[in-house]
Write a protein that binds this ligand. Structure first.
Ligand code: CO
Length: 495
């Protein structure tokens, strides 16, 4: 029997989920030779929130980190998480920017592009998949797992088949909230294995305590690879730990080969990352390390629950916690049962709070309007027609059914001119980062030429809900203006 392959996420999701994405390149490099020698199928080393957090908080130019990690771990394929047409941001970008980003990342050595869309709309993944393949790299078509009346096993298998037809090199089931039950995993993986001829990979989180059992079920069903991390950047809200998974698979015919030398290297890595974790105590929290069964009860990512508690307390609305939670499925259903992952987890969370605070659908966030009107893509089920009508009336915008990026004009030329006018480098690397993080890139260069300044307390608001206030956790605070009233909203990255 073919052993299951383990990917390692300690350099990306491990610290994104447990330490606010704050591990810096210098903390990663000493571990790279050992990580590279352990026989992991891939090292997830970049993408997701690391690009934003690296630039914003750690003052690292993203492509410099990729170069350094590739040099330090040259033998194992490197993998990144890419939000389809959103790249690593919250809004859609034109095709030429998506293609330039993928091509540039490929040039810097990225091997595997794990491409997902928060709505599971394959049209939003098409450009990134085609770009990765054009660059001679692997494009993995990714299915965001969620539960709803329309998210049946058959629907997930159909989506997997569609992504395979689009040329994906593998299908990934991405269970960003750790909600997928082992029995469901078994059915979806078995179905996909029968239906598509490419490898099936699985990514989950141990948030609700299901992760290791879920992997076991997937391995029984023939999954080709699963993601593990290394403690203390493992378990809890991150991926199951590698050594732990090896124990779970003891005497299993598909257990990967980790002889005594590799086990020793793994435990050395645990000690190393233990010291890094201790150094990062400002960004870690005990609540992320322990099993949180509330997340199963409410079927929402754990991060959303803690955000609601903080947020409602700030607004003196603690007693409305249950009410807001009950509103989440109402909002999801009205918006076509969208999965909860960055950025939809934020959008649904904010709208649920607005519905409870101000009355159901009395106010829409700009992002909820865009979802209702099709500007994020096709929702898994139709949007409630009354909510769609209200969204159109409130915004004066027309609903669309085309692929949203078809409405966007090429932008690389403008980006280059903008960088030129600011006196910044105008290569592709800077253009794609400037497209997503203009203020952060400008600040990065300003601070390089002057003594470090404290993190800004407040900056301006943009229509795409750019995070405006940072806090030393996974949370970001947004300020939203609704009918002249200012609301502070806490959100959290879920991936
Ligand atoms: Co994840």
């Amino acid at each position: 029997m073919t052993p299951v392959s383990f990917n390692n996420t300690v350099l990306r999701d491990g610290h994104q989920s447990l330490a606010a994405t704050r591990m810096n390149t210098a903390q990663m490099l000493p571990a790279c030779p050992q990580l590279d020698g352990l026989g992991f199928g891939a090292l997830e080393s970049w993408g997701g929130a690391t690009i934003d957090a690296g630039l914003r908080f750690l003052k690292e130019f993203p492509f410099d980190r990729l170069d350094a990690l590739k040099k330090a771990a040259p033998n194992t394929p490197h993998m990144m998480l890419l939000r389809g047409q959103n790249i690593v941001q919250y809004a859609n970008f034109p095709d030429d920017v998506v293609e330039a980003f993928v091509t540039t990342a490929a040039k810097h050595g990225m091997d595997i592009f794990r491409i997902f869309d928060a709505l599971n709309d394959p049209r939003n993944m098409a450009c990134a998949i085609a770009s990765a393949k054009k660059a001679g790299k692997q494009a993995h078509g990714t299915i965001c797992y969620t539960s709803s009346p329309v998210h049946t096993t058959e629907a997930f298998i159909r989506l997997g088949a569609e992504l395979a037809d689009m040329g994906a090199d593998a299908i990934v089931i991405k269970d960003m909230a750790g909600l997928i039950p082992p029995a469901v995993t078994f059915r979806i993986v078995s179905g996909l294995k029968k239906c598509v001829k490419i490898p099936i990979w699985l990514h989950t989180h141990e948030t609700a305590g299901l992760g290791a059992a879920t992997y076991y079920a997937a391995i029984e069903a023939g999954v080709d690879a699963v993601d593990t991390s290394i403690v203390p950047f493992a378990n809890g809200t991150a991926q199951p730990d590698t050594l732990r998974m090896l124990s779970v698979l003891q005497d299993h015919p598909r257990r990967p080969e980790f002889g005594p030398e590799k086990l020793k290297a793994l435990s050395d890595l645990q000690s190393y990352f233990g010291r890094v974790y201790a150094d990062m105590s400002a960004f870690t929290s005990h609540k992320n390390e322990v099993v949180d069964t509330d997340t199963l009860l409410y079927q929402v990512p754990g991060g959303m629950l803690s955000n609601f508690r903080t947020q409602l307390k700030e607004q003196n609305m603690q007693d409305r916690f249950e009410e807001v939670l009950r509103e989440i499925p109402v909002v999801r259903e009205a918006l076509g049962w969208i999965p909860l992952v960055t950025p939809t987890s934020q959008i649904v969370g904010v709208q649920a709070m607005l519905n409870v605070k101000l009355g159901r659908w009395k106010n829409f966030s700009p992002q909820a309007i865009d979802i209702a009107l099709g500007y994020y893509g096709q929702t898994p089920a139709p949007v409630n027609p009354d909510v769609r009508k209200l969204a159109a009336k409130n915004s004066g915008k027309d609903p669309i059914t085309c692929r949203p990026a078809d409405l966007q004009k090429p932008n690389m030329g403008n980006l280059r001119r903008e960088l030129e006018s600011k006196g910044l480098p105008t290569d592709e690397e800077h253009c794609v980062i400037h497209a997503m993080f203009p203020m952060e890139l400008a600040t990065y260069y300003k601070e390089r030429n002057s003594p470090p300044a404290p993190e800004p307390a407040t900056v301006s608001v943009s229509a795409s809900a750019a995070p405006v206030v940072s806090s030393p956790s996974r949370q970001r605070k947004f300020r939203m203006e609704l009918e002249g009233v200012s609301h502070d909203v806490l959100v959290e990255e879920v991936s």
